[in-house]
Each structure stands twice: as C-alpha cells, then as structure tokens.
Ligand binder design. Sequence first.
Ligand code: KE4
Length: 432
Amino acid sequence: MPSSTSGSSRRLFARARRVLPGGVNSPVRAFKAVQGQPPFIARGTGAHIADVDGRRYIDYVMSWGPLIHGHAPAGLTKALVTATKRGTSFGAPTALEVQLAERVCSLVPSIERVRFVNSGTEATMTALRLARAATRKDKIIKFQGCYHGHADPLLVQAGSGALTLGVPTSPGVTKASAANTLVANYNDLESVKRLFRIHRRKIAAVIIEPIAGNMGVIPPQKGFLEELRELCDQSGVLLIFDEVISGFRVALGGAQTIFGVKPDLTCLGKIIGGGLPVGAYGGRADLMTHIAPDGPVYQAGTLSGNPLAMTAGTWTLSRLSERLYHQLAKLGDQLAEGLAEVASEAGVQLRVNSFGSMVTPFFTNRPVCNYRSATDANTRLYGVFFRSMLRHGIYPPPSQFESWFLSAAHEAHDIERTIDAARLAMRAVARS
Ligand code: KE4
C-alpha cells in the first residue's frame, strides 16, 4: 500500500519549501487542510497519476477540472508537438485563436464576443471591470463561499483555497476595494433582494457560480438562477456567470444551457485550455465593444491566445459530445451512490452532492445548500478519509471544499476500486 508520502516527495517538498511559499504554487496543493505531505507527481496517463516514487493513484483532482479527457490523451499530445514546432508564442494574431473563439461563441448561448486571457482570475477580474464601465456603477454582489479567483474585489468571503485555509477574506485586500463587494447567500434570493433594496442604483453586476464548486459542489435550487436573472433585469444590473468550472464540464454550452438562463457575461477557464493556461470572458456584443481596442476598457496579456493553449483548447472542445456528458454523469452517479453506501455501512454521517461529473462527499448529516451548511461539515473527518484514500491509491481533492472531477478516461473499474478504498476509509473515519 502506498504510504501517504514517499521519500522522494518528502525530499522535494523540503527543497520546495526553501524556495516556494508553502512549497507550492497554489495553496491547496500543500495538503495543509488534510495534514500529511503532498506526493510530488511525475506523470499522468488517462485517469491515473504516478508520484516520483512510482506510486499510482486514481486521480479525482484532474488538475482541478481542465482534464475532461484525462491526462495526456495521445491526440492532444500529438497536436501540441506539431504546434510547438511552429513556435510557442508570437504576441500576434493567429488563426488558432479565431478558431477557438468561433467554437466558444457557437457553443455558449450568452457569448457573442469573447476575449482569451491566461486564467480564470483574469477572466472574472476583467468581467467585473467591464460591468462597472458599462453600467457606470461601482458595487458588485458575489455569494459567500463562491470563489472567482484571487483578484482583490473577489477575495471577499471566498471559497476554494481561501475557505480551505480559513481565510475567506484575504489580508492585503483594502477596505476600499472590499467596500464595493457586497455578499449574498447562495440559494437565498431574499439575501440578494435585501442588497438591491439597500444599494439600489449602485450595483453594477451580480457574479455567481451557476453550479457552485468552491464550497464543495452545491447545485442551484429550483428557480434560483431564473429568479436571479429576473431580479437583475428589473434593476438594470448585469448578471455574470462564472463558468470557469461548469463551462464545458456539465454540458457543451455550460450550466446556462442546462438551466436555460442567459447571463450578460460569462467567464470560462479550465476545460477551454485542456490543461494549458487559458481563461476567457465573453458575452453580449454591445458590452464587449467596451473592451480595448474597440472601446476604452483596458485589458491585455502577453500570452493571451497563446498558440499552444489555443491548440489544446480546440482539441479538447472538438471531442466533447452529448454521449460523453451522458457517460460522465453515469460515472458521477455511480461514485456518489457508492460513497453514500459505504458511509452508511460504516455508520458515518455523509451527504454527497453531485452534478454530472462533479461530486463532493460532505461529512455532515444535514443537506448542504449554502456556505453555512457546507462549513458545518466535519473537516477533521474529511482529513481522516482523505489520508486513508491516498494510502489506498486514490487521489481526491485535498480539501472538503472542492469538487471531485471525473474524466472520459475514468472507467467503471476505477469507480469500483475507489468505492472499495472508500469502504476502508469510512471504517477509519468511524474509528477516529
Ligand atoms: P484560476 O485563476 O485558478 O485559473 O481560476 C480561478 C477560478 C475562477 N472561478 C472559479 C469558479 C474557479 O473554480 C476558479 C479556480 N478554481 C480553483 C479550484 N476550485 C483552482 C485551484 C487552485 O486555486 O489551486
């Protein structure tokens, strides 16, 4: 059985901590929330990753969502080698970015124009700037526990790593920038209406994860998104869907096609880069004309539209299909049901939320529908569960407040093996 961390990973982590804050380039990777030390990953193939000592794991992080086709699909690798031979970056227009932009505009109902950037953070940061410029209003509403990247205005009561590490509002975010960020409760329209009443004419936009993934998975309750759309329409407030996770994860056109709600702007990331750094924001043409060089709202990027990232994104989107989403949803259901079953066998209180190939087991006996109920989950028990799963060759997210992700490379036998490991992990939880 692989121990939680191999010798080479330990040595690498010791070196890493001498040169990288916390030894990592993104906080959640340091395993602080689940104790233990992170294995250093040497390679990924399909649904599996191997650490520097050759220990193999079934991967449910999948680079936090981008790898919907699994690790290193042969066709993607080939396409990237060909593209690399033509040059890695030009800082000039290429046909590749036009092709990917045309595909995104054809698939995502709300997107008439799109701009590629290098991360989800850049996408949401710029979407807010655009919304403020287009409406000439300063305030924005976000939802407690939703995470939209680490731009100052959005690092207020945020989810994901900020929540995992217990710092939802980061030091360094000035009072001035936080003052323009209003916070509502997910699945609670009344909390939004209250903010609209108080700040009526000062709100530029509402930004939301249409399927929350950064408190763990929390789907919108029936009618919530539809009523939010109506509320924004009545008040002249723009609606921004942050589909960095849900875009191309739950359906070809993202969550907006599933719920039939069209935002004014949409932010994308992860899957549209197929594992390379890409983010994007887009929406109504009349809004996007504000963006430089057409309009005065400035946003730029040295590597925006990078030919390798565009190649990876085009390859990835071109192989998405209804059949694939049906297959992913089936696997997601099997995983969710299996986790619930083994928890019940062990007498462990567990609530499993899922939406298609997004799954989160919450160690709580109450329904999880918002920040408060998510943070009631027992993170200590999640840590016990996680360490046992890692020892048995399964690599879930090292945080209670993240989504597990499935890919086209996961097969039924991977799920079976995962549930077998979860049966042992739940017994460890019950004993702890
Ligand atoms: P990036 O800047 O990390 O590319 O995207 C920020 C972002 C924006 N919006 C949503 C809905 C997101 O989930 C994210 C980033 N997701 C986290 C995991 N939930 C990234 C993992 C990490 O921070 O290491």
